[in-house]
Ligand binder design. Structure first.
Ligand SMILES: [Zn+2]
Length: 312
């Protein structure tokens, strides 16, 4: 799903932004039967649409998805505290609430958008709620969306959350981490803040994130679709060894264990894997780090001179 940007540059929420850290997603519908996104993109692009302070992160209809505010800008969509930490989209409603075919086109577009947002922000699909559910939780005003419409076609928020989960599973990719002679894109890693001194490590070539799914010795490192789990958070530590500093990579899920080079590099370029192991205090876990001109990091194994990389 291609989310098209149509920022409401005249809306109060865009003009005077407040930055939020999204931890929840809310599903709305417009309560305007048969009005598609293109109309809202015009009527909401004013400081206070209809004299009210309202804004939303985007609209979804049968034609696709339209982002109206950067996702980390606070919108006024729920009339409660969840404005401070939730991203919300308005689903445009069909002319008839019993029109299942049109309804499902809109809902299926929404499933893709919410699956994307879950992956982008590491939010569990269990933390997707409708406006109505948000009111029951005490974090939103008393509205009935989306149940007033979805009840007419026998579709529930549980169905929606399950569809999002299934979509994420379908797009969940995994690529092996190996050591290579190349210092091209496959060996470049962008470090993104993951809080508490940890970073996510995004591979430049495949856009996936370094991941070690268990804390057991011998677990292979992979790159996977971002899911926000601790298995994708690492500390890049400097350790002194005699007179020299070297780098070790420590996963959040395995404190005191580090990334280790299989066979100290002997399987050769493209065949050597990166595994997790206890602190070996030897060359297998030592790397040099270098910042490339594009801001990415390269990690060179100090013994084999091979780079931490993904399969080409
Ligand atoms: Zn609503």
């Amino acid at each position: 799903m291609n989310i098209q940007q149509h920022y409401l540059t005249k809306n109060k929420c865009y003009v005077s932004p407040k930055i939020i850290k999204p931890v929840r997603l809310m599903v709305h519908s417009t309560a305007c039967k048969g009005v598609m996104a293109s109309s809202f993109l015009k009527t909401w692009n004013t400081y206070q649409p209809g004299g009210r302070s309202v804004c939303i992160h985007g609209f979804i209809d049968t034609t696709g998805a339209y982002q109206t505010l950067p996702f980390n800008y606070r919108a006024y969509h729920c009339g409660g505290t969840c404005n401070n930490n939730a991203i919300g989209f308005e689903l445009c409603e069909p002319s008839s609430y019993t029109d299942r075919e049109t309804s499902m086109k809109i809902i299926n577009n929404a499933v893709e958008v919410y699956a994307h947002l879950c992956q982008l922000y590491g939010i569990s699909p269990d933390n997707i709620v409708s406006h109505k559910e948000g009111h029951a939780m005490g974090i939103a005003s008393n509205h009935a969306d989306t149940a007033h419409w979805w009840n007419q076609i026998g579709y529930t928020m549980d169905d929606f959350r399950k569809a999002v989960k299934d979509t994420i599973k379908g797009t969940n990719r995994s690529v092996d981490v190996v050591l290579n002679t190349s210092y091209g894109d496959e060996s470049r890693w962008y470090l993104e803040d993951a809080g508490d001194g940890y970073v996510y490590m995004r591979n430049k070539k495949n856009g996936l994130y370094l991941d070690v799914e268990s804390s057991g010795n011998g677990t292979f490192f992979k790159t996977r679709t971002k899911n926000g789990a601790d298995s994708q958070k690492f500390r890049v530590l400097h350790k002194p060894y005699y007179h020299v500093d070297y780098i070790v990579i420590e996963p959040k899920i395995a404190p005191g264990k580090y990334a280790a080079v299989e066979g100290n590099g002997s399987p050769g370029a493209g065949n050597t894997h990166l595994k997790l192991w206890d602190d070996l205090k030897n060359n297998q876990q030592k790397f040099w780090g270098k910042v490339a001109s594009d801001g990415s990091y390269l990690f060179v194994h100090t013994y084999s001179f091979l780079y931490v990389s993904v399969v080409k």
